[in-house]
Ligand binder design. Sequence first.
Ligand SMILES: NC(=O)c1ccc[n+]([C@@H]2O[C@H](COP(=O)([O-])OP(=O)(O)OC[C@H]3O[C@@H](n4cnc5c(N)ncnc54)[C@H](OP(=O)(O)O)[C@@H]3O)[C@@H](O)[C@H]2O)c1
Length: 341
Amino acid sequence: MSYAPLCRRTFLQHMATMGVLSALPSSVLAQIITRQPPRSPFDSNSTAEEVTAGLDLSGLTIAITGANSGLGYETMRVLALRGAHIIGIARTQAKADEACASIQGETTPLFLDLADWDSVVRCAEIIRAMNIPLDGLITNAGIMALPELERVNGVEKQFAVNHLGHFILINQLCEPVLAAPQGRFTMLSSVAHRRADKGIEFDNLDGSQHYDPWNAYGVSKLANALCARELAARISHTDATANSVHPGVIGTNLLQYLPAWQRWGAKYIGWMFLKSVEEGAATTCYVATSPELVDVRGFYFADCNVDKGETPYMQDDAMAAQLWQVSEELTRDYLPPKPVI
Ligand SMILES: NC(=O)c1ccc[n+]([C@@H]2O[C@H](COP(=O)([O-])OP(=O)(O)OC[C@H]3O[C@@H](n4cnc5c(N)ncnc54)[C@H](OP(=O)(O)O)[C@@H]3O)[C@@H](O)[C@H]2O)c1
């Protein structure tokens, strides 16, 4: 695919010519070169096929976690349909093989378990060994509202799987994404971030002070959005971007831990108010591929447009920076020896 001309690079060249660039502090520069996203013509009824209609993604390689189910599967199917080579990552090789074999297009099935961080590192090593730029990494896999407190490596499981496992993958794959002409990190967050009513509670990451299934899910989804925000700032001197997404509310396997009556409701009356899977994958596909978003970074999108999020924590840069630092400490043994970002 040929993206629109790199306006940011052109802009920087003009600035350099004028001799202004070197005089600006990097934080100011990052603000200037972060373009406000344009309003898209799409909305909550748009489907992944509609938002990518007419795009030719051939030549691009995009990796996605959770590719065997729900939104990840539909995202993979549509991006492959548009010509991208998809690295479809599932929790087991058999699930990845089956999902990839069932769609049209070029795919490479791989596996990792976000609760087994050695497997995350191994998966990233295989991708790096392919020695190709990675035009996109979509961190889509997730779990929601585990009824009882569970831990992975001493950390509450939803935070460990939804955020920390992906944090390792992002760091491990930064190099190939930065090597792409315009690599994009797209992270699945959720409107459920508002359940994190005290933000990221750094003193309760193991759940030992209190545990509520929805609060813990909300904290993990706030972490996904803040991680995208902090990553966007850290790579603002490159052509790569990072953004997060709320896909809508969709009756997928994500509901598996909810009480039976809620699952029943989603299945039989959910069609009246929930998005379809085709609609649910639209915002991810739009953010991961739209030529309109070449130099748009650090935003949270819903219904294919920027959304402010519903709590001030979504714009809390100090919390985002602290999250990055704490995540580094918690996953230190699984990060590249020399940090890329
Ligand atoms: N559906 C919604 O209403 C909604 C709303 C807001 C945000 N989201 C977000 O959208 C994303 C996709 O959710 P979905 O609705 O498509 O749910 P889904 O159908 O349940 O898909 C979740 C995917 O994550 C994978 N996964 C779970 N635990 C994993 C682990 N430890 N290691 C590797 N992969 C793991 C699952 O693998 P298995 O199949 O092997 O379990 C599955 O492929 C999630 O991040 C979710 O938070 C969804």
